[in-house]
Design a protein around this ligand. Structure first.
Ligand SMILES: [Zn+2]
Length: 347
């Protein structure tokens, strides 16, 4: 699992590192000139508030509008299919599940573990590129400022923030009274990142599950400042039409717990507004899937620039397609993300 830009709120999975380039071709850029219809599954966990079918329909309709507006893409969605989350995860092979398990981390205050995580994170930050822009992006959200100006000190500060916020998620309870994360693996990004190894024939997964976790690999600046939450993930898929699948987690948009509201900057959006945020986020993920776009962190007008923490309101207010043409920066250039093929990722 080498992610490109991984977490978004967006986690971009699986980039194609140079060392892997010899072992297979990256996924080809889809031909979407004539428009595409994407298959959708709603992955339901009964421990979380359900997502009504009509609300999902509204989110998808608005996603199509956003894709047209920001990227000129003509996208339609097939009628969503509902899948119980337990069945989706049960389809993982024992080997793949073991790989995911080896990636995940329990929240920790162990200094040795934190230092190791910081060094791993630094590699991910360097792979993402534009480190100065990432520092500016994160500066006001770090719980403690970096000890010095070095890149490693920045990574350490990110890890400390991520871990502290992740411990906050452990305080929340699900509908069954059990902790919202940690009782199973459904909150773990490392598992979501490999669901495409199964035979799921969908390009889009929408779930009411909170995805919040920490991993050894594939961390990112935007995930760290949100306490390991992924609002969206785009990763390899064997059965996806374009060899990728995009995931939208609705929890960060709809949950009203103090932890979530704080990361949203205090906002408790009406459902109709939250739907607009979710549509923009899903359109962002599909920008990864359909155009292989990255993250143009330096330009806040781009849909492909991830939201800071969960500040969706500010994110949407800043978006302006007229000030973010495709190709206007490296991160917003089609094909800039080189996704390793599913065959390489899941072998
Ligand atoms: Zn992204």
């Amino acid at each position: 699992m080498k992610r490109v830009a991984a977490w978004m709120l967006c986690v971009l999975a699986a980039l194609m590192p140079a060392a892997q380039a010899q072992t297979g071709k990256p996924i080809a850029l889809p031909d979407v000139a004539k428009g595409v219809t994407l298959r959708v599954a709603y992955v339901h966990n009964p421990r979380f508030a359900p997502l009504p079918a009509a609300q999902l329909d509204d989110i998808l309709a608005q996603t199509a509008v956003q894709l047209q507006k920001h990227m000129g893409l003509k996208v339609a969605f097939a009628a969503p299919v509902e899948l119980p989350i337990i069945k989706v995860f049960a389809a993982l092979s024992p080997r793949t599940a073991a790989q995911a398990e080896s990636q995940r981390l329990d929240p920790t205050t162990n200094e040795f573990a934190l230092e190791r995580m910081a060094k791993h994170l630094l590699k991910d930050l360097q792979q993402e590129g534009e480190l100065a822009a990432q520092k500016r992006f994160a500066a006001s959200y770090l719980l403690q400022p970096p000890a010095d100006d070095s890149d490693l000190a920045f990574a350490r500060a990110l890890v400390q923030t991520q871990q502290a916020l992740l411990r906050n998620w452990q305080q929340l309870k699900g509908a069954d009274g059990q902790p919202l994360i940690g009782v199973d693996r459904f909150n773990e990004y490392a598992y979501w990142n490999v669901l495409g190894s199964t035979a799921l024939p969908y390009e889009v997964l929408v779930t009411n599950q909170l995805i919040a976790s920490a991993e050894w690999e594939e961390n990112s600046v935007h995930s760290a400042i949100r306490g390991g939450v992924s609002n969206g993930v785009t990763t390899q898929s064997r059965a996806g039409r374009f060899k990728l699948v995009s995931v939208l987690s609705t929890f960060p948009f709809l949950d009203d717990s103090p932890q979530t509201v704080q990361l949203r900057g205090g906002e408790v959006p009406p459902v109709v507004v939250a739907n607009t945020y979710m549509a923009a986020l899903l359109a962002h993920e599909l920008g990864h899937q359909l155009l292989h776009l990255g993250h143009p962190f330096a330009n806040p007008h781009c849909l492909m620039t991830p939201p800071a923490v969960l500040r969706f309101k500010q994110w949407l207010a800043d978006l302006s397609p007229a000030q973010c043409a495709l190709g206007s920066s490296r991160g917003n250039t089609p094909g800039v993300v080189k996704f390793a093929s599913p065959e390489v990722m899941f072998r």
